[in-house]
Design a protein around this ligand. Structure first.
Ligand code: AKB
Length: 341
């Protein structure tokens, strides 16, 4: 009895999961096995061949997946983001690190069964950077992958360690064993900036002030921004984030000079975001009331990232700049979401 060949998506009902599953469905190919701790919304479920409501920490559940499915690729999106992780740091560690280790173990076991490398796509984050103060942030400008690797949040620590875990599983797993892994795991990671989605409301991130501001304005709700007006970090439209993950997955291994890549698209200040939001939604009531603790987190993240390696190695090229993100992606879709014609 042959097991069903699938691509596994964890965190399928999350911000990125919605869009990724839609794009995977459009691409065709392997059936989608979606796993999330919450019930998947119907529109996501409809695009999946198999859906499981379960916990990535449930080793028994993951063991059962091996008996029923032949997993050829994993998109491991399940994670507790930066703000939410600060309220439950130990739980965040268990989910973000323990969950990732469980999925890497599952991937390598699967590769032994079907004899092919399992691509493991991992969304890392700009939260793995830790810049000590605003003057250093200003001077640093666009930060390269190997600088300021001193995160100040549990989420950032988790993601930075998982990058190393993935590199280990890809290149050094059981390196002292008599027989080398014939297939193994092909781990590839992208350090995403703040991602802005028109279709999902943010869930516990510290870069969420951007999507929160826009979604509030579209609903004629006042929004008190929790960072200063001059706060600047990189962002990206969600479709570009999803396309980047798929493009990195499709890249030939020999073209890649890194396991982990930066990617960015635009880096507006919170004030610039507010101006564009007021332009799109006249009368938007946006104020700035910094939460000094969350502000401290965002101030430790780079003002922008250097993504030259991604552009050179595998042709990363975001389609949406700041203007297009607002005028072609966010405003039309968010208007339809809250004020259907
Ligand atoms: C967060 O704010 O925690 C995330 C991220 C930048 O990775 N959106």
């Amino acid at each position: 009895m042959r097991r069903k060949p699938v691509v596994l998506v964890t965190g399928a009902s999350g911000e990125m999961g919605h869009g990724l599953i839609e794009r995977l469905g459009e691409r065709g190919g392997l059936d989608i096995l979606a796993l999330d701790i919450r019930e998947l919304p119907p529109e996501v479920k409809a695009r999946c061949a198999h859906t499981i409501t379960g916990d990535i920490l449930d080793q028994f559940l993951l063991g059962r997946l091996v008996s029923e499915f032949e997993i050829h690729a994993v998109f491991h999106l399940a994670a507790l983001l930066s703000t939410r992780s600060e309220f439950t740091p130990e739980t965040a560690h268990q989910v973000n690190v323990g969950g990732t280790l469980n999925l890497l173990k599952l991937a390598i076991e699967q590769s032994r069964w079907h004899g092919q490398r399992v691509k493991f796509m991992f969304p890392s984050t700009i939260a793995i950077y830790g810049i000590p103060d605003r003057a250093t942030k200003e001077a640093a400008g666009r930060v390269r992958e190997d600088a300021f690797l001193t995160p100040s949040t549990m989420y950032g620590c988790n993601k930075l360690y998982c990058e190393s875990l993935g590199r280990y599983f890809s290149r050094h797993y059981r390196q002292l064993a008599v027989e080398k892994e014939r297939a193994g795991v092909d781990f590839r990671a992208l350090r995403f900036p703040g991602l802005i989605s028109a279709f999902t409301v943010p869930s516990g991130g510290t870069s969420d002030y951007a999507p929160e501001m826009i979604h509030a304005a579209a609903q004629d709700q006042p929004y008190a921004c929790f960072v200063r007006e001059d706060t600047r970090i990189p962002f990206m439209a969600m479709p570009d984030g999803i396309d980047a993950l798929l493009k990195l997955m499709d890249a030939p291994a020999e073209a890649l000079t890194r396991v982990v890549y930066n990617c960015g698209a635009f880096a507006p200040s919170a004030g610039e975001l507010a101006a564009l939001t007021r332009e799109a939604f006249p009368g938007a009531r946006i104020t700035f009331e910094p939460d000094l603790k969350r502000q401290g987190i965002v101030d430790s993240w780079p003002a922008d990232v250097d993504d030259a390696a991604a552009r050179r190695d595998w042709g990363f090229a975001p389609a949406y700049d700041l203007e297009l993100t607002f005028h072609e992606y966010l405003v039309p879709n968010i208007r339809r979401r809250y004020k259907p014609a």
